[in-house]
Design a protein around this ligand. Sequence first.
Ligand SMILES: Nc1ncnc2c1ncn2[C@@H]1O[C@H](COP(=O)(O)OP(=O)(O)OP(=O)(O)O)[C@@H](O)[C@H]1O
Length: 259
Amino acid sequence: MTGLHVRHRKTVALDALDLDFGPGVHGLLGPNGAGKTSLIRVLATVAEPSGGRVEILGENTGEQRRRGTVRRQLGYLPQEFGYYPGFTVREFVAYVAWLKEMRTADAPAAVERAVGRVGLADRIDTKVRTLSGGMVRRVGIAQAIVNDPRVLLFDEPTAGLDPEQRVEFRELLRELGASATVIVSTHLVEDVAAACTEVTLVDAGRVAWRGTPGSLAALGESAGAAGSAGDNAIERGYTAALRAHRDSGRPQTLEGTAR
Ligand SMILES: Nc1ncnc2c1ncn2[C@@H]1O[C@H](COP(=O)(O)OP(=O)(O)OP(=O)(O)O)[C@@H](O)[C@H]1O
């Protein structure tokens, strides 16, 4: 994306953002209101930017015809995930497969595979409304991956998952990131440390820092002595990068250059 601008009435949510994402798992970190959801919604083509250009898989999403092509190859789990409560897990995931225009012959097996990957095979014929919050979240993950998307967008996917499920989800993220571009917004530094190949720290609608989880941890190690807050190196790196960005008003990386 180049020069991406998103406004909500008078609030500037994203301010002239230039970013690119390749295959792998990209963690989006940032304080509340930083603009992470606004960014994911634009990438999911469910919100229109107020300015700038977004290209996904070589398609300009500003053109309506191109958006259809992108959506078929996209998986998206919104922060607030809506579903039809009367549907069973199988019916709901199959419905999304149909929306993604998957081949009718391929859909049933793809649905079973996606539901199995999130550990809900034994609940596949259960109505979604009878599931726990964490299980509903896993249904959300299943519907996002059913079409084997080349681009996956997860907005706070681990919220509501129990610790064991979170560990399994990170494993799934790593698997997905081997072939797809996965962008995941999270508040949990453990998610970033365990699953992400790259971290993009967003603050007040701008990129505050970009690098690997290892380099964020290294920043935290060196910032530890300078008294940055945080229980572990990545948290301290996060706080230090935010502080440096706010002090300088310019993007920072460990190497001192923004990409
Ligand atoms: N529909 C809306 N109307 C007005 N302002 C909005 C709307 N959606 C978001 N905003 C504002 O845009 C800014 C960015 O919000 P956004 O939800 O993208 O942040 P976020 O990083 O996802 O935050 P969180 O971590 O709390 O989910 C915030 O200042 C927010 O108040």
